[in-house]
Design a protein around this ligand. Structure first.
Ligand code: NAD
Ligand code: DAU
Length: 340
């Protein structure tokens, strides 16, 4: 039986990864380490809380004592670090917590790995560490060789963590891998992010706030395809390597918004153009050649199907998001969007 600590497993991608791994490996123990910030939600894990192969531990990845105690108890074979402050807009308002969690949290986890020994430490990073690409050069893509060139406090904190992971590999020989994925979408996505925010606003006939001209491009990947890629990397990837993950599925934000409105049978008159994000990255686009050639990974869910599945999930799981939008998140929404 392998033991994997999955940090941030009560969040969007980590939660999907916990479900994916428990389903796929009946002989693995998955230990979720999550301190349940505003973005962490135990309801995402409700259906596995009683699974004997699952354990939930409420702790902060920057809390050395708690992290070391967990390693002493469990002696994990692998750590997959999803835990992070993940929202660019929040990082622009309040960078401090991003530096603490995303950089120092990564350090704490890797120190525990060094102390207790580990087969693999995997860092879940992002394509945002490469900065952005111009809108008028569709021939350009991010490869693993693209220089780090960050724009927001969020991406700078993720890039700093990546550099630290590389340093722990080179200096201490820690067996690490890093993955850099493009924008994910799917079930359990927190409503502050573009796709769930637009679905939920459209359902309430509220304005859909497109930043700037809505022309920025993101490269969307269904979350389960990201989980499959990480599963391959931790089992078959080469130690010390970086793997880009993305499915050549670029769309402008306004295209995404229009697809959602059409699917829900709502009017495009709901679209409202609002003040642009500061330092807004223009275009992300991943070249996934390396992970395809070395590990045989290819995205399986087409966007047309994935977005339909996602919308259906939000329609069938209103209880999950209604609690979020009526709580603390309501104050965040009012602060960020009223008068924008
Ligand atoms: P999320 O915000 O939905 O979830 C983050 C989780 O981490 C939450 O459960 C939260 O409670 C937990 N967490 C935060 N700080 C913590 C701390 N100090 N200690 C313990 N737990 C803590 O994030 P997400 O969108 O699921 O992203 C997961 C990871 O994937 C992040 O590292 C992010 O940078 C990366 N990533 C995200 C995307 C995307 O499109 N969402 C794409 C590429 C990479
Ligand atoms: O590329 C990977 C990254 O994708 C991850 O590292 C981040 O954790 C994740 O949050 C995501 O970052 P983005 O900034 O691309 O995602 P977000 O959903 O916040 O925004 C997507 C695009 O939509 C972006 O161009 C900004 C725009 N946007 C967003 C919101 C919330 C709007 O136009 N209106 C909005 O209300």
């Amino acid at each position: 039986m392998k033991k994997i600590i999955v940090t941030g497993g009560a969040g969007f991608i980590g939660g999907n990864f916990v479900h994916y791994m428990l389903k796929k490996y009946s002989d693995y123990k998955i230990i979720c380490l999550d301190c349940l910030t505003y973005a962490g939600n135990l309801e995402t894990l409700e259906i596995v809380l009683d699974n004997p192969n699952f354990r939930f531990v409420k702790a902060d990845i920057t809390d050395r004592e708690a992290v070391f105690k967990l390693f002493e108890e469990e002696h994990p074979d692998m750590v997959v670090n999803f835990a992070a402050e993940s929202h660019v807009d929040r990082s622009i308002e309040n960078p401090g917590i991003f530096l603490k969690t995303n950089i120092l949290g990564t350090q704490t986890l890797m120190d525990a790995c060094r102390r207790f020994g580990i087969e693999r430490y995997h860092q879940v990073s992002t394509d945002e560490v490469y900065g952005d690409l111009p809108l008028d050069r569709p021939d350009l893509f991010f490869t693993e060789e693209t220089p780090i060139h960050t724009s927001s406090p969020y991406s700078a904190s993720k890039a700093s963590a990546d550099l630290l992971v590389g340093a722990y590999y080179r200096t201490y020989g820690l067996p690490v891998t890093i993955s850099r994925c493009s924008n994910n979408y799917g079930p359990y996505h927190f409503p502050e992010k573009l796709i769930p925010l637009m679905i939920i606003n459209a359902l309430h006939n509220k304005p859909l706030p497109a930043y700037g001209k809505g022309e920025n491009v993101r490269d969307w990947l269904y979350v389960e395809d990201h989980c499959k890629a990480i599963d391959l990397i931790i089992h078959k990837g080469t130690v010390g390597e970086v793997y880009n993950i993305g499915g050549h599925n670029e769309k402008t934000n306004i295209e995404i918004v229009k697809i959602i409105l059409k699917e829900l049978g709502k009017s495009e008159e709901l679209i409202t153009y609002v003040t642009d994000r500061k330092g807004h990255d223009l275009r992300y686009a991943i070249d996934p050649t390396k992970i395809h050639n070395e590990l045989g990974w290819l995205p399986e869910t087409k966007f047309e199907d994935g977005i339909k599945k996602t919308i259906r999930w939000y329609l069938n799981n209103k209880g999950w998001w209604e609690k979020i939008i009526s709580g603390e998140y309501k104050n965040y929404y009012e602060k960020m969007y009223v008068d924008k």
